[in-house]
Every structure is written in C-alpha cells, then in structure tokens.
Design a protein around this ligand. Sequence first.
Ligand code: HEC
Length: 400
Amino acid sequence: MRRFLLSFTCLLFFSASLFAAEPSIGQQFLALIFERQDNSGNAYPHMADAPLWPQGKYLLEGESNQKLHALLDQLVAREAKTQFPNVREKALVQNALWQVFDYMTLDFEEQRDARAKLRPKLVAAIRHLGFSPAELAALPDNLATAENRDLPRLEASDSAWIALSMKDEKPVAAAHTMQLDASAFTVFYKHPDGRAAGLKLLDELAKVPFPLARNERGGNFFPDNAIPVKLPEGMQVALLRRMLLVDPEGRIVASPITQTLQLRTRDERVLQQRERMLYNADARMQEFHLDRAKYLAGVKDSLVAVKPDEREPLVFQAHQYDAYDDQDHVAQHPIVLQHCAACHRDPGTAALHSFTRFFTGTVKENPGLRESTLDRETRITIRTLTERDDWKELQKHWAK
Ligand code: HEC
C-alpha cells in the first residue's frame, strides 16, 4: 500500500511539473495553427493542412495576427539549436511555417498588407530552422517504425506494392500537388496476385485509348464501358503524403515523415453493404494520419486510423470561404471516409484518378503509368514545386 501511495504521489508531482512547464515557442505556434477552433468550438488537430481558406481572416487580423507576429519574433531571437532541442518538433514547425507562408502569397485586395508584412518574417523563421542532412537523418520514419499491422509496408523491397510514375515525369498526384502545400504525394498500387501481375496490369492500362468517354450528366463520372481494363477484387491503391522541409541553403528536401496515407481496397461487398456510399464506389476506404503529439513524444505508432464517423473540414478541392468563420455555413464538416466517394465514385479503374486524370482537365493522352520509386517521385515533385510562384516568392525573401 505504501508503495502504491508513493508512486501515486510521484505521479501527481510529475503531472504537476508537466503542466507547469510553459509550452515551447514551437508548440505555441503549432497550437495557434492546428488547434484553431471552428464556430462550433471544435478543433481538428490531426489535419495535415493548416485550416486556412483563401477568404478567411485568421492570422491576418486581430489576436491571432498579433500572436503570430509575436511568435515569429521570439522564434528567430534564440539560436535554433537551443530553441528546438527536439528535431521532430523543429520539423513539424518548419513545415507548418512553410504552409502558412504559401497562404500568405495569395493575392486578395482586403488583407494585402497583412499578408505582405508576414511573408518576410515567415521566410526568416523557415531559414532560421534550415534542416541539415544530419538533422534530417535523425527524424524517425513513422511508417517504417509503425507496429500497426493495418498499415501497408509500401517501402519493403519484397512487397508487391509498386510506386507509380507518369511517362512525362510530372507528379502523378497532380491535383494534390497543385492544391496542397509543402508535401510530396506518391501513388502506389498492389495487385492481389503479386508484383508481376501488377506490372502486367500497368502494361494493359498503358494501352487504353484516351481521351476517355465521360458521362455528360451527374452520377458517375464515366460510363460503364469507358475503360476496358478492370481492377481485380482485392486490388489496393495507396496515396502517401510525406512532409517536405527546407535546408539551410533554401532548397527543398524530403523528410521521412508520413502525414497521411489513404488506401482504397477493391471489395465487391461494398456495393451490397450498408457501407455503400455514393454512386457505385466499390472500394473500402481507409485513411491514417499523423498524430503530432505522438510523433513529438517519440511514440512509434504516430499514424492513427481515421474512425468511420470522424469528421474533418475540407481543404482539398474546398470552397474559398473560411469553413470556420463563415456565418452562413455553420461548421458541419464531412465524414472523412464517406467523402472519399465524392471523388472516387466510380467502380474499379474509373476511380483510379492517377490514371483517369479526371481532376486535371480533359487529358487527350494516356498517362502511361509505369513502375517507379518513392525517391524518384519525390524528386520529380520537388522539381515541380520549385517552379511554382509561391516558391519563387519565398526565394525572393530568402536572399535578404
Ligand atoms: C476532392 C476529391 C477527392 C477526395 C474527396 C478524395 N480523393 Fe483520393 N484522389 C483524388 C484525386 C484527384 C486523385 C489522383 C491524384 C491527383 O491527381 O492528385 C486521388 C488519388 C487517390 C489515391 C491514389 C490512387 C488513385 O486513385 O489515383 C488513393 C489511394 C486515394 N485517392 C484515396 C482516397 C481516400 C481513401 C479518400 C477519402 C479519405 C480520398 N481519396 C478522397 C481526389 C479525391
């Protein structure tokens, strides 16, 4: 009993000292962004993207704006090594700074000045936190370390997962790369009969004539017979989102941090079951996302499965209005795993948008999907990002 009492007292003391500790500048910055509350008082701290929308005013006016300025001033006031003894925290902060910077490059009449004032300060902070190769190497790869067996071993050389690339060396996940910031997206797929069968299927896909016939009116995007090649039952596709960082010379570098991993598994039963969502989607949907607090604490399993009823605000393909502030739209965010079928609404190959290119305009040519590697795809993405206007704007401030 005494031992119990003793450890209980220790615990009390320990938790009291935890609460007494002032959160670091980095944690305050992450909280300012990712613990932002919507107009129902809810926060969504696991979002990969900062909850910011083009017409919003958050960080641009009032208290949040003052807080951001103050944090940026404090962040550069002390040597980064002392300020960020935890390299994982440094990574999460630098990536979020970069996302916020990209947001500040949007050109809207109303808050033009507020954005312009923040841009140089954000870049100074990103530069202050420049990632050396040794620091990059010290970051844990949270997909590789995960013990959760539901996560696919995308990188294992003996697995049947195949990374995909386009024949013209552009990012496969063009829609995600264009709209979302500071990440590299890589598409993988896995044939239930193994690697050779997966490669054979790629050859067949490459022969499908383009442009694909489309449905003119609502419902599914494509008529049933638009794509002669079918995906077999059990076929899995994955979209891996990994965090990008910036090195001390102002170059984009890849980190091993997985931010989200989305999976679709072709499963006939989905068409018959309650699980059935919109239209004729015939896949089981899964998403895993980074739990920042767990990653910061050094927990091996920092990728957590999105629950069936979990909601999250839309950022990808979202409206311009601020989903948190807008008075006409009381925050009622979609259920993440149900919303997948808004875009992946067709069965089989017609939902494979890396192939259909449905979200990147009418494509006249077959994308010629072929086998690639995560490293190669990441390099292609980094090159594409450096050609973007927001990156060029960042570079202008870097030199100063
Ligand atoms: C707003 C539209 C939209 C929503 C919602 C959406 N996706 Fe996608 N998804 C796409 C597009 C477009 C691509 C193709 C890559 C690109 O162009 O960026 C894609 C690609 C993928 C891929 C890679 C294989 C492929 O189809 O190319 C997977 C896996 C995936 N999505 C799963 C999901 C899951 C799981 C959800 C729900 C949690 C989801 N997606 C929600 C639009 C969407």
